[in-house]
Design a protein around this ligand. Structure first.
Ligand code: FBP
Length: 279
């Protein structure tokens, strides 16, 4: 704090100025420690029923949210991500819950926007340890999502929950949503907005993803899974690249629950994320 000065209100001479050390320490709370393992994590995402619709992503097995709960528990995931409707009916408390509090369907044409569909209070009452919110950076409606996430982040933090931002560059303002430059912008936007973690797409190489991780400057970075890869090796290679680049983990859906053996895939992911074994 700046103290000192002269009575006449004139300019302060350097030797009249004293800096008093403030006793206020900057507290950096790790709101995700409650459900991560040594700062790292593997989250199972299952909001695709709203985002893409059942016929695009689901089969007879994974259309049932109970199957996902079972994979989350047996696969030792650090958390499962549901919209509130699925959480209300199927969440059994056996793994930490992250509630997505905004969403959209794939039906509207035009610029992407996902608005709030669940309050932070409701997420908390369902047992959530964190809330998730998607921001389409570069969309014509970006400002609405930035403002809404701002309010949700404050509400979540007041209630002791982590706020995770899915930051997906998309819309008229975005040429290539996985370029190193735009993904780093997404990561940085998450930091600037106060997200505890950002979920971003892989850039395709560890070096450029490393710049995104640096740009997040301490906000945790989770790689987003994406559509099911052609081979397990191809997917595991991406995960390895993200972890080498400093990512805290992975938030994945289709590459696990569309896999013929989701628990085997979960085990391979665990080795990379927690034991840092290369793919
Ligand atoms: P996946 O691993 O299946 O890609 O899940 C991650 C996720 O962010 C989901 O939470 C979300 O439903 C989906 O991707 C959105 O995908 P997109 O907007 O790219 O179609």
């Amino acid at each position: 704090m700046l103290v000192g000065g002269n009575e006449s209100g004139g300019c302060l001479r350097p030797n009249t100025v004293k800096y008093r050390k403030t006793s206020r320490r900057i507290m950096k709370r790790d709101r995700m420690a409650a459900f991560l393992t040594g700062g790292r994590g593997m989250l199972l995402a299952y909001d695709q029923g709203l985002e893409h619709g059942p016929s695009k992503d689901f089969d007879d097995r994974n259309v049932d949210p109970s199957f996902i709960m079972e994979v989350a528990v047996k696969g030792k995931f650090n958390g499962v991500v549901f919209q509130k409707g699925v959480a209300e009916r199927f969440y059994d408390g056996k793994v930490p819950l992250i509630v997505k509090v905004n969403g959209k369907t794939s039906l509207p044409q035009g610029e992407p926007v996902a608005r709030q569909v669940c309050s932070v209070e409701q997420a908390l009452s369902l047992g959530a340890k964190a809330v998730g919110y998607t921001i389409y950076l570069g969309s014509e409606y970006e400002a609405k999502m930035l403002a809404e996430f701002g309010r949700i982040q404050e509400d979540a933090h007041e209630r002791g929950l982590a706020a995770i931002a899915w930051v997906y560059p998309r819309g008229k303002g975005v040429q290539n949503d996985v370029s190193g430059e735009i993904v780093a912008y997404a990561a940085r936007a998450g930091l600037e907005l106060g997200a505890d973690a950002v979920k971003i797409k892989y850039t395709g190489d560890s070096k450029s993803f490393g710049w995104a991780v640096k740009s997040a400057a301490g906000a945790k970075v989770f790689m987003s899974g994406g559509p099911k890869a052609a081979t397990d090796d191809a997917f595991l290679e991406q995960v390895s690249g993200a972890i080498r680049a400093g990512a805290s983990g992975l938030a994945v859906g289709r590459n696990v629950w569309q896999h013929k053996d989701p628990l085997q895939m979960a085990e391979s992911l665990r080795k990379i994320i927690f034991e840092r074994k290369p793919a």
